[in-house]
Ligand binder design. Structure first.
Ligand code: IMP
Length: 181
């Protein structure tokens, strides 16, 4: 089993790039069907979603607009519990179909915060597409979470956009932290 080390932590493979790509293709097909007659605004939540967003968009062939927002809230391996700020949410979401693209939904705190801001502009629909979802970490249900790549256990993961202290975002595969012996 391939393991890697980032700073003080050891990681082992959880999802290979091939698996991620296959799943992404299927989500893309689903979105192409669901949004066939609409022109959604697809909003990537930075930094973690950049790789998933790029690969997902290559699978999407409906007319769409693209935007990115940035939220800072995460420190090391545990959520701080509070979301600091969101930058760059477009102000033209009224009456539009919105798809938020996330790398991972953990406690759901970040997403709740973004969703509140999005809904305040009265879009006609809002859905969330997240590559990863840790159901056992979720604090309250998120009805907008419609498209999920993989449900994973409540473990810290890195790679394919996700970082540990700023490192590991460039890894092609997704790794999980091993329990120290
Ligand atoms: P939430 O607000 O607890 O749902 O956390 C969401 C954000 O925390 C994600 O967009 C990630 O940036 C980060 N995050 C949550 N879990 C992990 C993880 O296992 N590895 C790396 N980043 C994570």
């Amino acid at each position: 089993m391939e393991t890697i080390q980032i700073e003080d932590k050891d990681f082992e493979i959880l999802l290979e790039n091939d698996q991620i790509n296959k799943r992404t293709r299927l989500i893309g097909i689903q979105l192409n069907v669901d949004y066939e007659t609409r022109c959604p605004i697809i909003i990537g939540v930075l930094n973690g979603s950049f790789m998933f967003m790029a690969d997902l968009l290559r699978e999407i062939d409906v007319a769409c607009e693209i935007a990115f927002i940035r939220v800072s809230s995460y420190n090391g391996t545990s959520t701080t519990g509070s979301v600091k700020e969101a930058f760059g949410l477009p102000d033209n979401l009224h009456n539009r179909d919105i798809i938020l693209v996330e790398d991972i939904v953990d406690t759901g705190t970040t997403l709740k915060y973004i969703l509140e801001k999005v809904h305040s502009q009265q879009p006609s629909s809002v859905k969330v597409c997240s590559l990863l979802f840790k159901p056992s970490a979720l604090l309250e249900p998120i009805p907008e979470l419609e498209y999920v790549g993989f449900e994973i256990p409540n473990e810290f993961v890195v790679g394919y956009g996700l970082d540990y202290n700023g490192l590991g975002r460039n890894l092609k595969d997704i790794y999980r932290a091993t329990i120290p012996a």
